[in-house]
Design a protein around this ligand. Sequence first.
Ligand SMILES: Nc1ncnc2c1ncn2[C@@H]1O[C@H](COP(=O)(O)OS(=O)(=O)O)[C@@H](OP(=O)(O)O)[C@H]1O
Ligand SMILES: [Mg+2]
Ligand SMILES: [Mg+2]
Ligand SMILES: [Mg+2]
Length: 349
Amino acid sequence: MSYNKELAAAKKAVSLAARLCQKMQKAILQSDVQSKSDKSPVTVADYGSQALVSYALQRELPSELFSLVAEEDSEDLLKDGGQETLERITKLVNDILASDGSYSDSTLSTEDIVKAIDCGKSEGGSQGRHWVLDPIDGTKGFLRGDQYAIALALLDEGTVVLGVLACPNLPLTSIAGGSQHSLPGEVGCLFFSVVGGGTYMQPLDSSSAVKVQVNATDNPEEASLFESYEAAHSMHDLSSSIVKKLGVKAPPVRIDSQAKYGALSRGDGVIYLRFPHEGYREKIWDHAAGCIVVSEAGGLVTDVAGNPLDFSRGRYLDLDTGIIVTNQKLMPSLLKAVRESIEEKASSL
Ligand SMILES: Nc1ncnc2c1ncn2[C@@H]1O[C@H](COP(=O)(O)OS(=O)(=O)O)[C@@H](OP(=O)(O)O)[C@H]1O
Ligand SMILES: [Mg+2]
Ligand SMILES: [Mg+2]
Ligand SMILES: [Mg+2]
């Protein structure tokens, strides 16, 4: 099946949202940041990005039944003092649409914005089509001025069939061996994949795409590790013991968000390990787009048991312990090192 129409719509929606985020990252105010009920941050840019993607997809694909599984909803937004914030988001979205010249037949009201955001409450699942959106993945990185991503995927009968990943601060050239902080040169990448069609990358501000592939080395000494910047999101001590066991020499590269999947898909690094602390449940929008971007570039994304991730079970991924990403040749020895290190960690407690 071809998803050309859906891909064009997704690229347009995500590019508009990336423009909104770029504008806001430079101008973010203390009052633009709120704390959600789980204590994580959310900004006017998260809400604006979600409203924009939701609205643009519905305008681009008017004939389709629209279902969206997305991170944000208006409940936290409309808590104390929310009306002012909502007005700010509405202006932001309208300004981006006006400067792009898109959908000039309508100006969105605050009610339209709430409606567009709350379209994202779908439960997803194994039947029909569902868009899956993280309007800003890596909000903490966004606030620090570091890496973040706008991640959009399409689920069809429970399988991810399309993914678009905008990484506005990711350099166009390799970040292998470097940190995200000291990188000169041009930034802003858009990765996209359709099932069976490979992965492509283009600059966010141009349409000249190139096909990308994961680094296919089977030599751990040439491999390097990507992991979460935030130690609270993944156990750095566990990944360190795993890569040591495997023989990886390079120090880990810690960057925020699904930019890790994007960088891996073009071969900047070879391994991405993610081990959340006990009790954390992974959400599908944190991995759907990244997963297809890496898989279509020749990589593998599994849980600790070696099973592919199952995006068909609703808003959460029900996982065996962690997420393991690498190329096909290294996966068997990486999984072995993962299991041994987990066993050693358990027996030392
Ligand atoms: N405790 C805990 N454990 C694991 N993961 C968590 C946790 N808390 C949050 N999150 C999710 O992590 C998303 C950010 O992605 P990363 O972990 O790759 O980014 S980072 O490098 O740590 O900044 C982040 O996505 P956003 O909320 O979209 O920023 C969260 O969904
Ligand atoms: Mg969040
Ligand atoms: Mg996220
Ligand atoms: Mg987010």
